[in-house]
Design a protein around this ligand. Structure first.
Ligand code: FNR
Length: 329
């Protein structure tokens, strides 16, 4: 079976552990100053304003099934004006005929904000080629060391990644993001990225889809220690939030409106979800998915009322406390 299809299958099957966000408690206002209609969820990022602080995080492309999923994701992106990241375009270098499995997103949603994605081992020439083919509005390199190490056919060479990132940060004319795929980042990595000129970091923390676990399902002898490496999403945000003027994007294990709001309180400007959207489109008709996402957004607004906050940019001022100390599972 195609590796992309394996990833989709195992991502949906992965048992979910307790969310690291449950250790974060937000304040509660019994006497709010705002009505639900006063709540504005607009967010400005990548030089554009979007109506909601959520986006479809990188997933797929490169198989027939991936094309169908991308089509459904693009329909949702179109209905809500959500930015959408594509899965790694790496496959296009070996199978150029797979381009439609990605470009379907632009066919369905020509005005939508699109992010193209490649692993950081790809040199700038490959990045430029992908930008030329897919015409995205932003580009992101993904960092996935733990996944590569767990993957039998994975990469074992990581030393070139830093140089590729530095070159991309200097060269690219569109917004450039560096993202993890679910193992998080510490402040030293984020500071280095910032010094190299990277403005957008998607912390991609632990707590949701775990690609070491997924690759271990594909191995005869699993490397189970790798399932446990990394930083949770809240911990990554807390480690990175003092690095200004870096723009932090939250992702990894975010599946509820409360987890979206907690991510914004902890300093994220925008919140990406993969598994949530994958389930939404694979388990529901488009009409039902729209209704469920509408309710999800209504709940974000409801939570903002309980925090007495009427705009997204005021969320980082909300009081919170962390149960059980600073270091979160
Ligand atoms: C992913 N993810 C991913 N990330 C990336 O940068 N490039 C990719 O090609 C993929 N492929 C991919 C396939 C599938 C099926 C899933 C579910 C995820 C990782 C994704 O962007 C995200 O970092 C993790 O999934 C953690 O977020 P969630 O799933 O816990 O919201």
């Amino acid at each position: 079976m195609n590796r992309k299809d394996d990833h989709i299958r195992y991502a949906l099957a992965q048992p979910q552990k307790e969310s690291p966000f449950s250790a974060i408690r937000l304040s509660y206002e019994a006497l709010p100053s705002f009505n639900v209609n006063d709540i504005n969820t607009d967010v400005s990022i990548f030089g554009t304003t979007f109506p909601y602080p959520i986006f479809i995080n990188a997933m797929t492309g490169g198989s027939k099934n991936a094309k169908k999923i991308n089509e459904r994701l693009a329909m949702l992106a179109n209905a809500f004006n959500l930015p959408m990241a594509l899965g790694s375009a790496s496959t296009l270098f070996e199978n150029p005929e797979m381009v439609e499995t990605f470009s379907i997103v632009k066919t369905v949603n020509p005005e939508g904000f699109l992010i193209a994605n490649l692993g950081a081992h790809h040199p700038i020439e490959n990045v430029e080629k992908v930008i030329q083919i897919l015409q995205p509005d932003a580009f992101e390199y993904h960092l996935n060391v733990a996944q590569e190490l767990a993957m039998p056919e994975g990469d074992r060479h990581f030393a070139s990644w830093s140089k590729n990132i530095q070159i991309a940060a200097k060269t690219l004319k569109i917004p450039f993001i560096v993202k993890e795929v679910g193992f998080g980042m510490n402040e030293h990595t984020m500071k280095r990225l910032h010094q190299w000129g990277v403005q957008y970091i998607n912390v991609g923390g632990k707590g949701g889809t775990n690609f070491a676990w997924i690759e271990n399902q594909r191995r005869t002898v699993p490397l189970q220690g790798l399932d446990d490496v990394g930083y949770s999403t809240p911990e990554s945000l807390l480690r990175g939030k003092a690095i200004t003027p870096l723009t932090l994007i939250a992702s990894g294990g975010i599946q509820t409106p409360m987890e979206v709001v907690k991510s914004l309180v902890l300093g994220a400007k925008m919140v990406g979800m993969s598994r949530y959207f994958l389930r939404l489109v694979t388990e529901n008709s488009h009409e039902d998915a729209v209704a469920l996402l509408q309710t999800f957004i209504e709940e974000i607004k409801a939570i903002m009322v309980t925090l007495n906050v009427n705009t997204i940019d005021k969320l980082p001022e909300v009081d919170y406390h962390i149960e059980g100390g600073l270091w979160i599972r």
